[in-house]
Design a protein. Sequence first.
Length: 355
Amino acid sequence: MKRFIPMLLAATCLAGFPAVAQNVPEIAFDSAANALTTPDDIYLGEVGGVATDSKGNIFVYTRTGHPTVSLGGARAFAHGGSRLFQFDRTGKYTREIGKDLYGFMFAQQVRVDKEDNIWAVDQMTNMVIKFDPQGRVALLLGRKAEGTPIPTPPPPAAGPPGVNGAPIGSGRPQDIFDRPTDVAWDAQGNIFVADGQGNARVAKFTKDGVFVKSWGSKGNGNGQFDVVRSIAVTAQGDVIVADGGNNHRIQVFDNDGTYKTQFAAVGNPQAICLTTGANPVLYVSNSNPPNNIDTAGEIYKMDLTGKIMGKFGRAGKLPKEFGTVNAIDCRTDNNLLVGEIGNLRVQKLTLHPAG
């Protein structure tokens, strides 16, 4: 009996960790852990997003400052809680975009579209903000609430139908978000927003920002999500969704939200990035959770059939180690930028795949 108890405890502990692929080849890689140079009075906080444009400029959306104010016991949104920095292709700081913008509170992600527009996703203000290449605001999705309790209530658990009989976590079928996490586009310019931290859905818009439809609700069935962490769209228009939290999987849908397939054994897929070209590659981060920063941490390299081609990195604080990856930029197959929440940095990676 005494021998059985440790085995039982070990099995119980292991059951709490997401399943990951076994016997996956390691990909050799190099890292520049301090790839960006900032002025003496500017620092990176938690890196919500990192992205590059067609010229090689680097954009970092980072969590800084204090995102709330308190007046007479009431708490409300302020501004300036996050900052969007631009660096040149060598990593030298060049400018700040949207300083003290009303929609900047809690940096969640930054992406750059094929026309070099810069899109910032802010979780706390529930806004997705499009800037043109010159840094001017070009389009707004979502709306910042007049006030909110701090800390934000946790996402609703799976359960009986919510407002007007809608499934829990599906949100209202409209362009108002509840803690969005990511944005992507198809070849026609349609916009897909991962409205995934408070709600558990994907919202689709036209290229002009007109709401089309949404899909998803809280749960673990096909087409349901626990937390929609990240999103990407293939050249054919399929929508790839990182379903993190307790679901530990990638789900794939057609352009209208019809479920097609899923990929498991990727751990906690907090950040994904899809390359372009004839043979696109999907990078998936099994990000270590904030409350257990020494576990997991590796990044998987996959094809669009779900085959895992290799992995690299692990949890840690040194170069070539990762602290809660929240963003991956993969404009080319083997040259990546990785944004970390836990280590307050961006690493520039060069992969050396075998063969």
